[in-house]
Design a protein around this ligand. Sequence first.
Ligand code: FAD
Length: 392
Amino acid sequence: MPEAWDIVVVGAGPAGSTLAARLAARGWSVLLLDQARFPRRKICGEYFGPGCLPLLEEIGAAAEVLRRAHRSLGIRAVSPGGVEFSAAYRQAEPAFSLPREELDSILLERARRQPPVTVREGLRVEAPVVEDGVACGVVARQGGGKPVVLRARVVVGADGRNSVLARRLGLFRWNGGHRRFSVGLHWEDVNPASAYGEIYAGRGLYGILNQQGHGRANLSIVCGQERVGIWKGNLENGLKALMNELPRLRDRLEGARPAERVHALGPLAHEAVRPGAPGVLLVGDAAKFYDPFTGEGVYMALLDARLAARTIEAALRQGGLTQELLRRHARRRNQQLGLRYAVQSLIQRILACPRSADVVARLLAGQEGLAERLLEFLGGARHRPWNKAGAA
Ligand SMILES: Cc1cc2nc3c(=O)[nH]c(=O)nc-3n(C[C@H](O)[C@H](O)[C@H](O)COP(=O)(O)OP(=O)(O)OC[C@H]3O[C@@H](n4cnc5c(N)ncnc54)[C@H](O)[C@@H]3O)c2cc1C
């Protein structure tokens, strides 16, 4: 094992594991760390659009993911006023659902099998090591053990929504204009009804029910901070109250059984003021997360990891991750993901006004092909790899 690596990647979620696999396939030595031991849980709606598969194919993980996944044909949605519409994907790659324990473990194993990647689980990073203004490693600790310094030429923060690297570098900020919280759990004995993801929008909240096969389904309800008080101390009662605000969803789950305790998370929206600092690049949720409504988080993390691989290779060849490279990366990231964040924000503005949500739902229900085009955009179905031949 080398004393120092080309890259240390903090966080082995979809962003970190796929980035590690890509960089190692190009011959760079990578240390991939996670505070958790896999398989580990991750709060998520577990709905993944068709655009994920070509990106997973680039690292050789698509076939296994697809073998285990439950396929979804499209989305059915109900607006606050009860207007219904549905949209199906028209292209070959399917949308799918898979528990995050499984998806993330497949991706971590894919990275682990790609030399020269070294994987360390159960290792919590506490801070970056910064010398002369440039990050050159991390301080990490296993359980209650002594802190160790791990050195690398480039440090990657793929450490998700609570990114310790973004916080320690002073880059982290909450999105004060969009303070949303989620509650959720898996259900059993859910009537399969259809092979569509289901969205139930209400007044200031929405629920997403995502079937996973064999009567199992994932439910997430997302609402504003003003409702958090109702579940304080008793998440089960809080969930009941929220479901009473979404009667179609409540009725849909008649006869189904909770498969676990209810969990809650929030606030959800945050971002880094810049996607990195000299020597450090932030990737996936560590760089930004807005809202789970469109189910694009993992797709965007995979896209971001591919973009980051390019920037990091340039940094390693040119002698470091400089401010100039970071500025270029920020521009490219904005070109690639900026429109997605803008559409997410527009959808949230529409949902904030139930009447507008009903009008838009009527438009989507009435105009043939419009809902399909929106769904395909959100799911990345029209995505074309920037470098299919170089599939690393
Ligand atoms: C309620 C909710 C529902 C969602 N539903 C969907 C959905 O249906 N579809 C979808 O595509 N996306 C969804 N998302 C978004 C999606 O979960 C994220 O966008 C995605 O997980 C981002 O991947 P990542 O690799 O950047 O981060 P993560 O998956 O969060 O991985 C970060 C990793 O870093 C590790 N880590 C953290 N801190 C440290 C540390 N200090 N030291 C070492 N390791 C550390 C963690 O253990 C973790 O394994 C949802 C999000 C929420 C909140």
